[in-house]
Ligand binder design. Structure first.
Ligand code: GLU
Length: 316
């Protein structure tokens, strides 16, 4: 029996805010990833919302065994505990397949036989390459209207961009954003040639199925938002509100990352690690205990960060 059955005249009101922290378990948390964890947790709590942790372990070759458990321990030591059971993307392949099937059925995805080399050659034939993050914009070689696979074996599956792939959205921190996905990215990959699910598809399916209303993450991910919004629209999902928080940079100005030699968080001093993350977010460091510090930062965050509008999944 649901709560609605118990109170038949009372409309069922879902929590208006559901946020998440979605680390890739490629190693332990470091000072940079703690900033994203803390910001997403503070934003959820400041809105009286739920905070979920999702392990983004679809890219299995990059994952380090055991780092998912370690990340959860590190978060717990910092007082950050998921309000719902943690979800592992590696267990959700059937959901991603269902979404891909749905896109295929409506002509919004197609198989692609192109290797990286093929794409380069096709692009060169089109004139000077338009490069973004070193990856060539996909020229649409395997689009169904251009003949599709033409007898070649499918390697990957791509999203077929709509006619007008210009996306505008308002980031809660960065302000108005715009991207023309056709000229900057092209039809992007949903399932990779190595059989792995692409981040874009997995994140969009999971955010929707977990009812995420607010995404708070590092601003290195802002560039993915337009692609994710297009996928949400194609799958009939609502678009959450987005806030991209400042990255922690290494001394050389590069993103602090495990690959960049970032040190794992020191679990013996969680308050120090949290205080450092809080300072990065413009909050005063604390010298109390973890619980008191978190409560103080929630109040400060509520004052400093006005509520972002929430888009409910049903309003898609
Ligand atoms: N798994 C991604 C990362 O660790 C974050 C994805 C997201 O927050 O959308 O960089």
């Amino acid at each position: 029996m649901s709560t609605a059955d118990l109170m038949p005249n009372t409309p069922w009101i879902e929590p208006v805010y559901r946020g998440r922290f979605a680390p890739s378990p490629t190693g332990p948390l470091h000072a940079g990833s703690l900033v994203a964890a803390l910001a997403s947790w503070l934003d959820a709590r400041a809105h009286g919302g739920a905070w979920l942790v999702r392990m983004e372990d679809v890219d299995a070759p990059r994952c380090v065994p055991g780092s998912d458990r370690l990340i959860l321990e590190q978060l717990a030591a910092c007082g950050l505990v998921s309000d719902e059971p943690v979800v592992w993307q590696s267990q959700r392949g059937a959901r991603y397949q269902a979404a891909l099937d749905c896109l295929m059925a409506s002509g919004l995805a197609y198989p692609c036989a192109c290797s990286r080399k093929d794409i380069e050659i096709a692009r060169q034939a089109l004139g000077p390459p338009r490069q973004r993050h070193q990856a060539a914009v996909y020229p649409g070689t395997c689009r169904p209207e251009r003949g599709g696979l033409q007898g070649r074996a499918p390697r990957a599956w791509r999203f077929r961009l709509p006619e007008d792939a210009r996306v505008q959205w308002a980031d809660a921190r960065l302000g108005p954003q715009a991207q023309d996905v056709a000229s900057t990215v092209g039809d992007f990959v949903l399932r990779r040639a190595d059989g792995l699910w692409a981040y874009q598809l997995a994140v969009v399916v999971d955010d929707a199925e977990q009812g995420i209303t607010h995404v708070v993450r590092g601003d290195d991910l802002a560039d993915n938002t337009a692609r994710q919004i297009l996928l949400q629209q194609a799958l009939g999902y609502a678009t959450p509100s987005y806030r991209h928080v400042p990255l922690v940079l290494a001394a050389d100005g590069e993103k602090l990352s495990k690959q960049h030699g970032a040190q794992p968080l020191d679990l013996s001093h969680p308050l120090d690690a949290l205080s450092q993350a809080a300072s990065h977010l413009g909050l005063a460091p604390a010298q109390t205990d973890v619980a008191t510090a978190l409560a103080g930062w929630v109040s400060a965050w509520s004052v400093a960060v006005p509520a972002a509008p929430s888009t409910r999944p049903s309003e898609a």
